[in-house]
Design a protein around this ligand. Structure first.
Ligand SMILES: [Zn+2]
Length: 289
């Protein structure tokens, strides 16, 4: 007689919750000099690379699309910094739902109708690059209230996946330059915002079952970005939390396209077949790969 065991729920996950934090324009070559005690503590207790590479061009909409859709520019087809719809024809059959390529939010929703999925984004352009129809909550707060709104949401809803996307340090980068005093001042302020988000996750009682993923769309050079210099193309990636190695320098190449497959792996979701990103498996404590 055959005994069949049925797994309950999705495939094995690393953690039950992911908190994604995006810092628009965070350049890797400003990391060492920055006064970011919270982020550096998370990095020292988790995994870090200063070589997260953008897809080209090194601009916002293009890379946020890659970050949330797991595919490069040539596939998602958003070509301008502020693209709201793809300028390039997307692969036949790739759009299956809600008029947009399968984002991390859509795949999470498909696999778990009860999951709580939320996005808080300062920049008006982000909402065109995610599948807002798959979210429980979408909000476009200002810099002044995005952290409070996200923290309140975490405490009230304990979301399985929440993305908090700041539109900084891009602004001081364009105004006074990447690496200017204003840029570094903003990084210190953003670090304090991240500290508040970590505290909210603790207060929600889910810190032991959460992984933080903190990265950016691109860096910058002088007062701009979009080009092919490593100053513009490289950003930090910090991954911290349940199941993640401590004090680990990520040896794998990591690109914008890899962030969605990484978050899917943490949450135990089946990657969509169109995704082209790779998971940096070595960051996990139980990594066999
Ligand atoms: Zn940007």
């Amino acid at each position: 007689m055959l005994m069949v065991w049925f797994a309950c729920g999705a495939t094995d996950n690393v953690a039950g919750h992911v908190v994604f934090i995006g810092l628009d324009g965070w350049a890797a070559n400003t990391y060492e000099k920055s006064d970011m005690p919270t982020v550096k503590k998370l990095a020292s207790e988790g995994a870090l690379t200063l070589s997260k590479r953008s897809v080209l061009p090194s601009s916002s909409a293009i890379n946020w699309a890659s970050i949330f859709m797991g595919v490069p520019t040539e596939v998602h087809g958003y070509l301008q910094w502020g693209s709201k719809t793809p300028e390039l024809e997307q692969p036949a059959g790739a759009v299956k739902k809600n008029g947009i390529l399968p984002t991390i939010f859509q795949v999470a929703r498909n696999e778990n109708p009860d999951a709580n999925l939320a996005l808080f984004a300062e920049w008006d352009g982000i909402k065109h690059l995610v599948d807002t129809l798959s979210l429980n909550h979408f909000e476009q707060p200002t810099l002044e209230n995005i952290t409070q709104r996200a923290c309140d949401y975490i405490r009230a809803n304990r979301p399985e996946l929440i993305a908090v996307v700041f539109d900084r340090p891009d602004h001081p980068g364009h105004d006074t330059g990447w690496g200017s005093a204003e840029y570094y001042g903003m990084m210190t302020y953003l670090d304090s915002c991240i500290a508040r988000i970590v505290k909210a996750v603790e207060e929600a009682g889910i810190i032991d079952d959460t992984v933080f993923v903190i990265t950016a769309d691109h860096g910058g050079l002088d007062k701009n970005h979009g080009g092919t210099s490593m100053s513009e193309m490289l950003s930090p990636l910090v991954v911290w939390g349940k199941g993640i190695k401590h004090g680990y320098q990520i040896p794998e190449l990591v690109m914008s396209t890899d962030i969605t497959p990484l978050m899917a792996h943490i949450l135990g979701l089946t990657p969509d077949t169109i995704w082209r990103g790779r998971v940096p498996y070595s960051i996990f404590l139980n990594s066999q790969k």
